[in-house]
Write a protein of this length. Structure first.
Length: 327
């Protein structure tokens, strides 16, 4: 028994020393930041901001690796198979981190078992936009019109399972309205289709819609969250709408840095501290606000709580509505 205990203690000591050595040597080479969207996308924009800001702090370049496709599944699969040494991380959004897992049973990953959260860097408000010729100017007007014209309105999303698809389906569930879903490849195509009168409604990040709203090519009928958006004073926050229950739509999405499960805790802690230090810098706050995002500085434990709570929201949505993948 004494030999066994001595062996166990020796093994534990070796692992601890190995973790400490890795932390001292980390990062030993450039860090790949995997993004499940194309270059120029909203997530790509945020990722590139952080990679530039963190290069000096970590003394190694951070290189964005764009792996678009299958609702971020291509990127997630690559990360899941990567070495758990901190040199491969991912910026994942809420649609793949919690919304998809909440409404699907067939995903080949578990967010909180296969990955470890490093930092939730930001949340985003979303803006509901509509064709400028439609006879309503806010969410209450949309709901009233849709109830009077069931099934006549349609909405565009960035694809099945995207944040825009699931958020509008949740809006439909809360309000009891019926709109037809038309998937697109991305938010840019949605905005163009609304302007052309090909579809009626869309929901997307503020960054992609602001110039089109300000030039009056389309109109903003509401923003998620509890506060108005700079440059969109006419877009009413959903929390102040006369339609009850819409606070659950906030935030539109979040941006979470994750690493493969098994990444040494000292490495996770080092990355966590670096991302949070960047998020709380005044120039980061200014840049994020300008792009329509709210930077966050929270603990890894709080990030886990937020992801867990969001998964439960979408599981409840599926159970209450019978929503199925492919609907």
């Amino acid at each position: 028994m004494k030999k066994i205990l001595t062996g166990v203690l020796a093994t534990g000591l070796c692992l601890a020393l190995a973790g400490t050595t890795m932390a001292q040597q980390y990062p030993a080479r450039p860090i790949n930041v995997i993004v499940g969207f194309a270059a120029g996308s909203t997530t790509d924009t945020i990722a590139r901001y952080y990679t530039q800001a963190l290069a000096d702090k970590l003394s190694q370049p951070l290189i964005v690796q764009n792996r678009p496709g299958a609702s971020q599944l291509a990127a997630i699969t690559e990360l899941k198979g990567a070495a758990a040494d901190g040199h491969n991380i991912m910026m994942i959004t809420g649609s793949a981190s919690s919304q998809g897992p909440g409404v699907r049973d067939d995903l080949p990953y578990n967010t909180l078992e296969d990955f470890v959260p490093i930092a939730m860097v930001a949340t985003a408000q979303g803006v509901f936009v509509a064709n400028k010729d439609l006879p309503f100017n806010d969410i209450a007007g949309l709901v009233a019109y849709a109830k009077e014209h069931p099934g006549e309105l349609n909405y565009g999303s960035s694809g099945l399972g995207s944040a825009s698809n699931l958020q509008i389906e949740l809006l439909k569930s809360i309000t009891g309205i019926d709109m037809v879903h038309i998937p697109f490849a991305g938010s840019g195509e949605i905005m163009n289709a609304i302007i052309a009168g090909e579809i009626d409604i869309g929901l997307g990040p503020i960054q992609g819609a602001a110039s089109l709203v300000n030039s009056r090519q389309l109109k903003a009928i509401g923003v998620t969250g509890s506060k108005s958006v700079d440059g969109m004073p006419d877009a009413q926050p959903l929390s102040s709408s006369e339609v009850p229950g819409l606070s659950v739509l906030d935030p539109y999405t979040y941006y979470l840095i994750i690493a493969p499960a098994g990444t040494p805790q000292p490495v996770v802690d080092q990355l966590h501290a670096a991302f949070n230090a960047t998020s709380e810098k005044e120039d980061t706050v200014t840049a994020m606000h300008r792009m329509g995002f709210e930077p966050l500085v929270i603990s890894s434990e709080e990030a886990v709580k937020r992801v867990t709570a969001d998964i439960e929201v979408w599981r409840d949505f599926r159970e209450q509505t019978g929503f199925t993948w492919g609907k």
